[in-house]
Design a protein around this ligand. Structure first.
Ligand code: ADP
Length: 252
């Protein structure tokens, strides 16, 4: 089964640096999933944060974020390479601009490359090419990109690993009585157009871009699972033990 795992910048960073232990746990999860016959495509943010560890540019300007992404992307990949090597796995860098998905020709070319990497046991690590394309850098933090990746490269499911462990009936960071929604079959227009609520200076999407991604995937006959990226036990249970303990499954 082919899946896409998207990890946000909030999960991958800590105090302005890359959160190496969390990255290691993520890589370990991917290695275990591969042993369980999953084909895994990773969509990873974190380039701006990795760049910031090298050069302290003011991150409030988009131009500086583009520059930091260009500096940080090779550092980010180097860290992934080292961690995947620990499990005797090879990973690879695939950078997209959002308009790749506007052209059937580009999608076909990209799919050939992704299929070939997966056939050879290599983990593709996809990110937006933030130096030429700023859509997800400004808004989305790869939530929408990962939904397109899942759909156009024929994955059954997108897994979003977030700073929040599920989708709730209201923002759990504001309301103590918020209740987890375990399974969501459809998303209302009101929810899709709600105010954007990013929770962190690196996060640019909030829950709304996640709901938009879930809506897009459900309309295309695919599923999405939203779970914690800080504690991977729910996603492990769901994918490896086939037990739905925590997290939200979006499914028609
Ligand atoms: P990430 O960077 O991990 O991808 P974001 O911080 O961008 O995630 O978005 C998740 C945040 O969205 C949560 O921390 C939470 O404060 C907020 N949020 C708003 N409404 C909800 C809701 N109904 N359910 C879950 N989270 C919500």
């Amino acid at each position: 089964m082919r899946i896409v795992i998207k990890v946000g910048s909030h999960v991958l960073t800590e105090g302005g640096s890359i959160a190496k232990e969390r990255m290691f746990s993520l890589v370990e999860l991917v290695a275990d999933l591969k042993k369980n016959a999953y084909e895994v495509i990773l969509v990873s943010s974190g380039a701006v944060a990795a760049g910031y560890t090298q050069l302290k540019l003011d991150r409030s300007s988009v131009a500086n974020k583009q520059a930091l992404a260009a500096i940080g992307q090779p550092f980010l990949l180097k860290m992934y390479q080292e961690k995947f090597a620990h499990f005797d796995l090879l990973c690879s860098q695939v950078l997209f601009s959002a308009d790749v998905f506007d052209s059937e020709k580009h999608i076909t070319h990209a799919k050939v490359a992704i299929d070939t990497l997966l056939e050879n046991g290599v983990v593709p690590i996809i990110n937006e090419n933030d130096t030429v394309s700023v859509e997800e850098l400004v808004f989305g933090d790869n939530d929408r990109l990962s939904a397109h990746v899942a759909h156009y490269f024929d994955a059954s499911m997108l897994i979003i690993l977030s700073d929040i462990d599920a989708f709730y009936d209201k923002d759990p960071n504001q309301y103590v009585d918020a209740k987890r929604r375990a399974v969501v079959h459809d998303i209302s227009e009101e929810e899709l157009n709600a105010v954007h609520t990013p929770n962190n200076e690196f996060a640019t999407g909030g829950i709304v871009t996640k709901l938009q991604s879930a809506d897009f995937l459900m309309k295309h006959g695919r599923e999405m699972f939203l779970a914690s990226g800080f504690d991977l036990s729910d996603v492990r249970a769901f994918l490896i033990d086939h037990k739905h303990c925590g997290g939200t499954l979006f499914k028609v």
